[in-house]
Design a protein around this ligand. Structure first.
Ligand code: RIB
Ligand code: CA
Length: 309
């Protein structure tokens, strides 16, 4: 089977961590590198968390640190969701390897230009690194097959009523990416709010017994608290959707849209504005995941964790 060459750009973060674990478990994917961005927490913390998770599962792709702040704005982090460490909950051993000395944007450029096959980018945090990459090295776009990202919300935001966190943190970077002309598969809140683990799923994961399964269950124990406090009956696993789509697109229902990124609004900055006018002739630039087979998704995540046993 021909593997899909991917690079994950992330801000671990509980759901980023699970997306990494999923990506590393699948034989359909060839994880060429992991680049890290500030988002859920500051860059030093998201970098450390990425290395900790990869060390815990015994995987050592090249890892490089990228942007410590958005392209033109101040950084906003999400300690209320992911804690002060960005990966609160279980204690995870220190990493057993060092990151690359080069900047994430240079590692992205090196791998993309050097790849014999077009590469798929899988951003699951603010799009700052990707925005800088396309601005600095626009020539790389010709060897990128598609971008499968977690971000945005057509029906609603989460960080504000209009904007989802990843896009809200760096709307200008998102605007560069959404206008890049590269095919985008957007796992927005419209699908990720349906991609949730219920307590029984978390307990099933914990009872499956392997060290990775127990770690992920403990990460979800912490992560679920944020959503329980807001009346949710499940913990939405946002970022793993961007990986799961590449592995089993049949789990998802998709719809094409023309999406613009609002960068100027006082109340709407970071909004992914979908053109839903039936008569619009705006060119589609996004394939949005709008629903999924939740049970199939949960089983994929649990099987991925068990594969490390
Ligand atoms: O809005 C959800 C997104 O913001 C996820 O990527 C989560 O990790 C946070 O980065
Ligand atoms: Ca994330």
């Amino acid at each position: 089977m021909k593997k899909i060459p991917i690079i994950m750009d992330c801000d671990p973060g509980h759901d980023d961590a699970i997306a990494l674990i999923l990506a590393c478990s699948r034989e359909e994917l060839d994880l060429k590198a992991v680049t890290v961005v500030a988002g859920n927490q500051t860059l030093d913390k998201t970098l450390g968390n990425a290395k900790k998770i990869l060390s815990f599962i015994g995987k050592h792709p090249p890892v490089a640190a990228g942007a410590a702040k958005p392209m033109f704005r101040e950084l906003q982090t999400a300690p209320s969701v992911h804690g002060e460490s960005g990966l609160d909950g279980p204690s995870i051993p220190e990493p057993d390897f060092r990151e690359e000395r080069m900047h994430a944007v240079d590692l992205l450029r090196e791998i993309i230009t050097g790849s014999p096959e077009p590469v798929t980018l899988v951003p699951t945090g603010p799009l700052t690194n990707i925005g800088i990459l396309f601005t600095t090295y626009p020539e790389v776009k010709k060897n990128i097959q598609r971008i499968s990202l977690m971000g945005g919300g057509i029906e609603t935001g989460n960080w504000t009523s209009a904007a989802e966190f990843n896009i809200f943190v760096d709307p200008e970077a998102a605007d560069i990416v959404f206008r890049s002309g590269i095919p985008i598969i957007m796992s927005s809140l419209d699908v990720t709010h349906r991609a949730f683990f219920m307590q029984e799923d978390i307990d099933r994961l914990r009872n499956s017994g392997g060290r990775v399964s127990v770690l992920v269950a403990e990460l979800m124990d912490f992560y679920y608290n944020y959503y329980k406090k807001r009346g949710s009956t499940g913990a939405p696993l946002h970022d793993p959707c961007a990986v799961a789509y590449l592995v089993k697109p049949e789990l998802f229902i998709t719809k094409p849209y023309h999406i613009d990124i609002e960068c100027a609004g006082k109340f709407t900055a970071g909004m992914t504005l979908a053109d839903r006018r039936p008569w619009s002739d705006a060119e589609f630039n996004v394939t949005a995941n709008i629903d999924l087979d939740r049970e199939g998704f949960v089983n994929m995540i649990i099987k991925a964790c068990e594969s490390y046993n």
